[in-house]
Design a protein around this ligand. Structure first.
Ligand code: RB5
Length: 148
Protein backbone atom coordinates (compact mmCIF):
# COMPACT_ATOMS: atom_id res chain seq x y z
CA UNK A 1 0.00 0.00 0.00
CA UNK A 2 1.21 3.48 -0.82
CA UNK A 3 0.27 6.47 1.29
CA UNK A 4 0.29 9.88 -0.32
CA UNK A 5 0.02 13.41 0.98
CA UNK A 6 0.61 17.01 0.06
CA UNK A 7 0.09 20.57 1.10
CA UNK A 8 -1.68 23.11 -1.12
CA UNK A 9 1.49 23.62 -3.18
CA UNK A 10 1.50 19.95 -4.09
CA UNK A 11 -2.22 19.23 -4.19
CA UNK A 12 -2.66 19.08 -7.97
CA UNK A 13 0.42 16.94 -8.49
CA UNK A 14 -0.69 14.60 -5.70
CA UNK A 15 -3.97 14.09 -7.54
CA UNK A 16 -2.05 13.22 -10.71
CA UNK A 17 0.12 10.74 -8.80
CA UNK A 18 -2.99 9.21 -7.27
CA UNK A 19 -4.47 8.73 -10.74
CA UNK A 20 -1.30 6.96 -11.88
CA UNK A 21 -1.37 4.62 -8.89
CA UNK A 22 -5.03 3.78 -9.52
CA UNK A 23 -4.19 3.05 -13.17
CA UNK A 24 -1.54 0.64 -11.98
CA UNK A 25 -4.00 -1.01 -9.55
CA UNK A 26 -1.87 -0.06 -6.57
CA UNK A 27 -3.72 0.40 -3.28
CA UNK A 28 -3.49 4.04 -2.25
CA UNK A 29 -4.37 5.87 0.93
CA UNK A 30 -4.65 9.61 0.40
CA UNK A 31 -3.94 11.40 3.68
CA UNK A 32 -4.72 14.88 2.32
CA UNK A 33 -4.79 17.73 1.79
CA UNK A 34 -8.06 17.67 -0.11
CA UNK A 35 -8.02 21.01 -1.90
CA UNK A 36 -5.84 23.97 -2.78
CA UNK A 37 -6.47 25.97 0.40
CA UNK A 38 -3.37 26.97 2.31
CA UNK A 39 -2.23 24.44 4.92
CA UNK A 40 1.04 23.63 6.72
CA UNK A 41 3.14 20.93 5.07
CA UNK A 42 4.39 19.37 8.35
CA UNK A 43 0.83 18.32 9.21
CA UNK A 44 0.56 16.20 6.08
CA UNK A 45 4.16 15.09 5.89
CA UNK A 46 3.82 13.71 9.40
CA UNK A 47 0.79 11.59 8.47
CA UNK A 48 2.57 9.88 5.60
CA UNK A 49 5.97 9.54 7.26
CA UNK A 50 4.47 8.08 10.45
CA UNK A 51 2.77 5.27 8.52
CA UNK A 52 5.96 4.42 6.64
CA UNK A 53 8.02 4.66 9.82
CA UNK A 54 5.79 2.18 11.67
CA UNK A 55 5.55 -0.17 8.70
CA UNK A 56 1.81 0.36 8.35
CA UNK A 57 2.56 1.45 4.79
CA UNK A 58 5.39 0.13 2.66
CA UNK A 59 5.92 3.31 0.66
CA UNK A 60 4.78 6.90 0.42
CA UNK A 61 4.73 9.87 -1.91
CA UNK A 62 4.81 13.43 -0.58
CA UNK A 63 4.40 16.64 -2.53
CA UNK A 64 4.75 20.28 -1.52
CA UNK A 65 5.74 23.34 -3.54
CA UNK A 66 9.43 22.52 -3.80
CA UNK A 67 9.48 19.17 -2.01
CA UNK A 68 12.02 20.57 0.44
CA UNK A 69 9.75 21.00 3.45
CA UNK A 70 8.23 17.56 3.07
CA UNK A 71 11.72 16.04 2.82
CA UNK A 72 12.82 17.71 6.03
CA UNK A 73 9.74 16.50 7.90
CA UNK A 74 9.73 12.96 6.59
CA UNK A 75 13.39 12.31 7.32
CA UNK A 76 12.82 13.06 11.02
CA UNK A 77 11.08 9.70 11.29
CA UNK A 78 13.08 6.55 12.00
CA UNK A 79 13.30 4.08 9.12
CA UNK A 80 12.09 6.70 6.65
CA UNK A 81 14.33 7.27 3.67
CA UNK A 82 12.65 10.18 1.91
CA UNK A 83 14.23 11.27 -1.37
CA UNK A 84 13.47 14.53 -3.12
CA UNK A 85 13.72 13.96 -6.86
CA UNK A 86 13.58 16.53 -9.62
CA UNK A 87 13.95 14.28 -12.67
CA UNK A 88 13.59 10.61 -13.65
CA UNK A 89 17.29 9.89 -13.09
CA UNK A 90 17.04 11.02 -9.47
CA UNK A 91 13.85 9.00 -9.02
CA UNK A 92 15.59 5.88 -10.35
CA UNK A 93 18.65 6.38 -8.16
CA UNK A 94 16.43 7.02 -5.15
CA UNK A 95 15.40 3.35 -5.40
CA UNK A 96 18.54 1.73 -6.88
CA UNK A 97 21.04 3.30 -4.49
CA UNK A 98 19.05 4.71 -1.57
CA UNK A 99 16.09 2.32 -1.40
CA UNK A 100 13.95 5.38 -0.70
CA UNK A 101 10.64 4.43 0.85
CA UNK A 102 9.17 7.89 0.33
CA UNK A 103 9.49 9.78 -2.94
CA UNK A 104 9.17 13.54 -2.55
CA UNK A 105 8.18 15.80 -5.43
CA UNK A 106 7.86 19.55 -5.96
CA UNK A 107 4.50 20.62 -7.33
CA UNK A 108 5.93 23.95 -8.44
CA UNK A 109 9.04 22.36 -9.92
CA UNK A 110 7.84 19.55 -12.18
CA UNK A 111 4.71 19.01 -14.27
CA UNK A 112 2.23 16.15 -14.16
CA UNK A 113 3.84 14.16 -16.96
CA UNK A 114 7.24 14.39 -15.31
CA UNK A 115 5.74 13.35 -11.98
CA UNK A 116 4.05 10.32 -13.53
CA UNK A 117 7.26 9.23 -15.19
CA UNK A 118 9.23 9.70 -12.00
CA UNK A 119 6.82 7.79 -9.79
CA UNK A 120 6.67 4.94 -12.31
CA UNK A 121 10.47 4.87 -12.55
CA UNK A 122 10.86 4.81 -8.77
CA UNK A 123 8.31 2.02 -8.40
CA UNK A 124 9.80 -0.12 -11.16
CA UNK A 125 13.46 0.27 -10.25
CA UNK A 126 15.14 -2.33 -8.02
CA UNK A 127 17.33 -1.61 -5.01
CA UNK A 128 20.83 -2.83 -5.87
CA UNK A 129 21.86 -3.81 -2.33
CA UNK A 130 25.56 -4.63 -1.84
CA UNK A 131 27.63 -1.57 -1.05
CA UNK A 132 24.47 0.52 -1.02
CA UNK A 133 23.00 -1.67 1.73
CA UNK A 134 26.17 -1.17 3.79
CA UNK A 135 25.65 2.58 3.54
CA UNK A 136 22.04 2.30 4.60
CA UNK A 137 23.15 0.12 7.50
CA UNK A 138 25.33 3.01 8.69
CA UNK A 139 22.26 5.26 8.69
CA UNK A 140 20.39 2.66 10.75
CA UNK A 141 23.23 2.66 13.28
CA UNK A 142 22.96 6.44 13.50
CA UNK A 143 19.20 6.21 14.01
CA UNK A 144 19.61 3.78 16.87
CA UNK A 145 22.17 6.06 18.49
CA UNK A 146 20.21 9.28 18.00
CA UNK A 147 16.72 8.06 18.83
CA UNK A 148 17.32 5.79 21.83
C1 RB5 B 1 4.09 26.63 0.67
O1 RB5 B 1 3.97 27.91 0.17
C2 RB5 B 1 5.51 26.11 0.44
O2 RB5 B 1 6.37 26.72 1.34
C3 RB5 B 1 5.55 24.62 0.58
O3 RB5 B 1 4.68 24.03 -0.33
C4 RB5 B 1 6.89 23.94 0.34
O4 RB5 B 1 7.46 24.38 -0.85
C5 RB5 B 1 7.84 23.98 1.47
O5 RB5 B 1 8.95 23.44 1.42
Amino acid sequence: MIVIGSDHGGFELKEAVKALLFERSIAVEDLGTDNGNSVDYPDFGERVARKVSTGEAEKGVLVCGTGIGMSIVANKFPRVRAALAADPYMAKMAKQHNNANILVLGGRVIDENEAREMVATWLDAEFEGGRHQSRLDKISVLERELYK
